[in-house]
Design a protein around this ligand. Sequence first.
Ligand code: PA5
Length: 435
Amino acid sequence: METVKLNIENVLGFVDRAELEAMQPEVLAARAHLLKGDAAGSDFLGWVDLPEQVDPAMLSRLKADVARLSVKSKVMVVVGIGGSYLGARMVIEALQSEFAAICRGSKPYIVYAGHTLGEDYYAQLLAMLDGEDYSVCVISKSGTTTEPAVAFRIVKAHLEAKYGKAEAASRIVAITDARRGALHDIAVQEGYPAYVIPDNVGGRFSVLTPVGLLPIAMAGYDVDRLLEGARDMRRRCLETDSLEANPALLYAAVRNALYRRGFKVEMLVGCQLNLRYVAEWWKQLYGESEGKDGRGLLPHSITITTDLHSMGQYVQQGERLMFETMLRVASPAHRVPVPTDERNLDGINYLCGKTLTEINDCAADGTVAAHVAGGVPVMQLEVPSVDEYVLGQLIYFFEFACGVSGYTLGVNPFDQPGVEFYKKNMFHLLGKPGC
Ligand code: PA5
């Protein structure tokens, strides 16, 4: 059964089928570069085979560490930025209750650090950690990124003051390079259990390494199902040449065709709030992979119907820049019907008995029709539900399509030279030696 389907019927008024078919050789050539490793960025293609190559011994050790830490932690602090936290956060926030911070279950609650330098955030984090048993997972591929390094120093000092150095060390797990970087050296010297981010997997493609797997498992979710979903999508991406049957090739073809037609912004539209971090992860994946050499679609996101009341006006009638990729979920995990009210003071008795999904679906269908009429092409990415298997499929789908799309655009999708510019200025202002 095809779990992820890409419906492009509302794009065809903006690009025609012949145009898309003409793109097939281009996306197939781009895929060949990914599979042969004969184009720019080929040192960073480890993610392509990752779902098939996860080391079972590493996975067993990871589950054992998760079990050990879960017993003594109500909270885990995941320290990381960009690709070193967004993938885990996407899966966890898609699956957990929106109210998990209050209605804690039996599994540790995951909080994040190292993704901001906001001082209030850290003051509040430390105040909360005063009253909680917690552990720490510190993640940095380079092992030298300033934000997580500062955050880890702060959290480590708190942990050591709270538990003593030896117990603190037993509550820390490090995920970093196999040989290099300050975090690698700290982990060796302090004796922290450590996991490796493979050299050939870039940060934003690392969610299926321990970077994503450890926090996701710690939050209580099934990483085996996640990997199974990724494996199944990988087969589909690799084995099928036709655009109809291969959603990653089709997605890459459509977004490049629209870009060539002058659409410069892609909005990922989630129909449920729990998909917000899918959009955050996707924005990094596509923004960092394609936004270079003066080219690339600007990735943006909204959630409906929430943001129709803030951004809906612009999308409908503002400058015509954007197309949408709407993420539709057929069966959310729960059903909440609208109750009957005989007095009907609010005038919504016509909705009695309908579930919120039925209402939301009508809102989504209405939005598609309105936006298309307003000059916004809309692709719909349809999934049956939100669970680990589907998320594994979506992760691999978006990663593979990103590689194909980047090569089709004509850029190296696997570097991020522009990210260094702010760091250089910041280091100079901070008086870092040598900068
Ligand atoms: O995709 C990337 O390479 C980046 O976004 C990194 O994930 C991010 O900058 C964090 O880097 P590191 O894991 O080295 O601390």
